[in-house]
Design a protein around this ligand. Structure first.
Ligand code: AMP
Ligand code: MG
Length: 347
């Protein structure tokens, strides 16, 4: 057990001493959790094999699931990845921001960081605390989501403390994450790309920069038994709540009627919309994701809602609306589909 120091750092301004201390820990190979605009990350020096091993151990993560390396500026990828014109075109529009780009690896990145792959994932976070910390560390920071493997990604410091207190040297509490779902991941091949994980940078936005963008099959559907995904993380069971989650596909009013019928059972909870809450009988376990038409808020609240549902052991079944696949909806669709282990019911 480590003694985990928990620091409140809402902004790098006025907190230079704390950032410098956290950066020194990272350079020494220790683990520091920090906020980003997507979710909290568990950071370690990406050029240090021991730090990479420590990250896998702290998360309980299989070591063939590669880590994303975080840099302060797009050009800081140069020593570690073979960049391209398309990388810089993406960087110009989306970095710093919630986009991860997969490029060929240079030897400076240990294979233990890339899960044995000859490619490396790079991201330049926009969160001012993350950016200041990475710049101060002066080394690239490997930083997967700061949850225990299998749990939803953490969107506030309380989630991180729940999962990693005693397993890391420091947790920097920078408040709630802006987006709440992990970064978009695109793998580049020349001026074409494959979308491996949808996020706040949408498919349409990527298509405006790349000549062509394919959506990896695992984004929308289940992998067949034994099938190898392009992104190793896709094969793992993710975000699954303790209760069995079913997604309801149909007209919103009919879905609400179906939910109200199911609400008669005491062991059933609902991930619903704000507008629907008043329709349910008092005492129904409700976890509202936000306003019906606000995908941004729904994305931001999903992981916290799944954790709240896990805090209610009496709930055996959960129902939620199936989100749209368009625009920002695709990221929410992809995460909630995994949480539901692909269980969809047509209404
Ligand atoms: P996390 O850091 O928890 O957000 O997860 C990182 C995700 O990025 C995982 O799903 C990985 O499989 C994926 N990833 C990281 N590096 C690569 C890579 N070189 N090639 C393909 N996928 C990658
Ligand atoms: Mg993760």
């Amino acid at each position: 057990m480590l003694q985990t120091e928990i620091l409140r750092v809402p902004s790098p301004i006025g907190h230079e001493a704390e950032i410098a201390r956290a950066a020194a820990l990272l350079r020494r190979g220790e683990l520091v959790v920090f906020p980003t605009e997507t979710v909290y990350g568990i950071g370690g020096n990406a050029t240090d094999e021991n730090a990479a091993r420590a990250i896998y151990a702290a998360k309980g993560r299989p070591s063939d699931n590669p880590l994303i390396i975080h840099i302060a500026r797009p050009e800081d990828a140069e020593p570690y990845a073979v960049t391209s014109e398309t990388y810089y075109a993406l960087a110009k529009t989306f970095m710093p921001g919630p986009l991860t780009v997969i490029l060929p690896r240079k030897d400076t990145v240990p294979l233990s960081v890339t899960g044995g792959l000859e490619t490396v994932a790079v991201r330049c976070p926009a969160h001012p605390v993350a950016n200041a910390l990475i710049a101060a560390a002066g080394v690239p920071i490997a930083a997967p989501s700061a949850n225990r493997s299998g749990k939803p990604s953490p969107t506030c410091a309380a989630h991180v403390i729940e999962d990693l207190d005693g397993r890391v040297s420091m947790i920097i509490d920078g408040g709630e994450c802006e987006f709440g779902l992990e970064s978009t991941i695109i793998k580049l091949d020349g001026d074409e790309g494959t979308l491996l994980r949808p996020g706040a940078v949408t498919y349409d936005a990527l298509c405006r920069i790349c000549r062509r963008v394919q959506i990896a099959p695992a984004v929308l559907s289940m992998l067949a038994e034994g099938e190898r995904p392009i992104s190793p993380g896709m094969k793992y069971r993710h975000y699954a709540p303790n209760a069995a989650l079913t997604l309801l596909d149909g007209d919103a009013d009919r879905v609400l009627d179906y939910m109200l019928e199911q609400a008669k059972q005491p062991d059933t909870g609902f991930l619903c919309y704000d507008e629907e809450c008043a329709h349910f009988p008092a005492g129904t376990p409700l976890f509202s994701l936000g306003p019906r038409n606000d995908l941004r808020v729904q994305s931001k609240r999903l992981f916290a809602a799944l954790r709240l549902a896990d805090g209610c052991p009496a709930i055996r079944k959960l129902y939620a609306h199936l989100p749209p696949k368009e625009g920002l909806g695709l990221a929410l669709y992809n995460r909630i589909l995994r949480a539901a282990a692909h269980q969809i019911r047509k209404i």
